[in-house]
Design a protein around this ligand. Structure first.
Ligand SMILES: C[S@@+](CC[C@H](N)C(=O)[O-])C[C@H]1O[C@@H](n2cnc3c(N)ncnc32)[C@H](O)[C@@H]1O
Length: 408
């Protein structure tokens, strides 16, 4: 059994088109095993990375088959498990739903790995995970990680801090006790909540954008059998990029004809039409906006965003999930569907090798993680913890672990 803790190895569960890998490989992580049930996602993955024998196309619930294909002991396992049941569209069945409940398949694999259990885990889902079943699903996941020996952390990152796409996502990280060396700090059991000299509390307070009030409340009330652990990494900086930076304005783009532009213009709310007219009159460099079609009070509407970011990319199930681009070039208003290349850029993977099938590409990217978000988590949490583990200094569980200088 290979068990070399000095290697940055990981397994990517719910791998889809492999954007977790896209982020982690940039700092030297090696994917030893990837798993997803969807043949079309695998096709995209291999179209981009080339033949990938480590990609196991299969159901995570086929635990024996999964276990047999994982080589050695990976340092890290990631799981961006399906969010379908965390949303209204999925009737908010939460972890009881067939899709989102596949988290338990993943946890069963982790449990049965025994002494090959990864030292760290990274889970990703939508913020609705925190509120699903009035917080019970989130608490269940935290306790399940703790039962497997992981100290836990949780935070929310919005992709729009890195790219012009609004995409808030919730993360859970788990660290085995053997990783509890600097830079990790743990919430001490004997320190009163909110104590000013508690390093864990200080780290949580400094990164206030990562943990909205409701999440902080949950972290204060849930008591995992292990404990909470975090890194004093502060808040991410905001990206100065705007949606106009990722949109193609050329005449070669699939712009709609005037009839289609007029039809969609008629779907705009009056206040949106007035704003568009002001922007057309203003002149200046080419400008892009994005919109979704929605049914509002029985009428088909086109809701336009004016805040310089695209709405959250989704899988194109139905017309309302596809994003529309509005471009103002020399005072002319143009419209079209957003292209797969623009989806890729909005996920921070602008160079990804695209399949010829547009719907396949939109499905792949609509479901994927945003690469710079995972890169940030890696730079500030995963790699520092990996480096810390190599130094191998075991921490005290008292919470009095020295914090290194905060990184930004
Ligand atoms: C949110 S997406 C993850 C996308 C991925 N992180 C990426 O960057 O492309 C969830 C993935 O879980 C996969 N999935 C759903 N149920 C599964 C199961 N039972 N076993 C394995 N994969 C499953 C879906 O096919 C989908 O690709």
């Amino acid at each position: 059994m290979t068990d070399d803790p000095s290697e940055k190895t990981f397994c990517e569960f719910f791998a889809g088109i492999g954007l977790v890998d896209e982020a982690l490989r940039r700092s030297g992580w090696h994917c030893r095993y990837a798993n997803d049930i969807d043949a079309k996602k695998r096709q995209m993955y291999e179209g981009h990375y080339g033949p990938s024998p480590h990609y196991h196309e299969g159901d995570v619930w086929q635990v024996d088959q999964v276990l047999a294909r994982i080589p050695g002991r990976p340092f890290l396992a990631t799981a961006s498990f399906p969010c379908t049941d965390m949303s209204l569209a999925g009737k908010r069945r939460g972890l009881a739903g067939e899709q989102s409940g596949s988290l338990f398949g993943f946890l069963q694999v982790i449990e049965q790995l025994g002494d090959r259990r990864p030292r760290a885990l990274l889970l990703e889902n939508v913020p609705g995970f925190l509120t699903s079943h009035d917080g019970e699903d989130f608490a269940t996941a935290i306790h399940a990680l703790a039962e497997l020996g992981y100290w836990v952390d949780s935070f929310v990152i919005d992709a729009q801090w890195f790219v012009p796409q609004s995409r808030p996502r919730m993360f859970l990280v788990g660290y085995q006790s053997e990783l509890l060396t600097p830079p990790l700090v743990v919430r001490a059991a004997d320190v009163e909540l909110g104590a000013v000299d508690d390093p864990w509390q200080k780290a949580i307070d400094r990164a206030d954008r990562l943990r909205p009030a409701r999440l902080r409340g949950a972290m204060e009330t849930i008591e995992p059998a292990t404990g909470w652990a975090t890194i004093d990494c502060g808040n991410p900086r905001r990206s100065p990029q705007s949606i106009s930076d990722v949109i193609d304005f050329g005449d070669d783009q699939p712009w709609w004809n005037q009839t289609e532009v007029d039809r969609h213009s008629a779907m705009m709310f009056d206040r949106h039409s007035r704003q568009v007219e002001l922007l057309r009159a203003h002149g200046g460099p080419p400008l892009a906006l994005t919109a979704f079609r929605r049914v509002r009070e029985g009428k088909q509407r086109m809701e336009v965003r004016f805040d310089g970011v695209a709405g959250c990319l989704r899988t194109p199930r139905g017309g309302s999930a596809k994003q529309i681009v509005l471009a103002i070039v020399d005072g002319e208003l143009r419209m079209r569907w957003m292209t797969p290349r623009e989806y890729a850029r909005l996920q921070g993977a602008g160079d990804y090798a695209l399949p010829t099938n547009t719907i396949q590409a939109l499905f792949g990217f609509g479901d994927a993680v945003c690469v710079p978000v995972i890169e940030w988590i890696d730079r500030h949490m995963l790699t520092p913890v990996f480096e810390g583990s190599k130094r191998g200094v075991r921490s005290q569980r008292s919470g009095a672990i020295n914090c290194p200088a905060a990184v930004t």
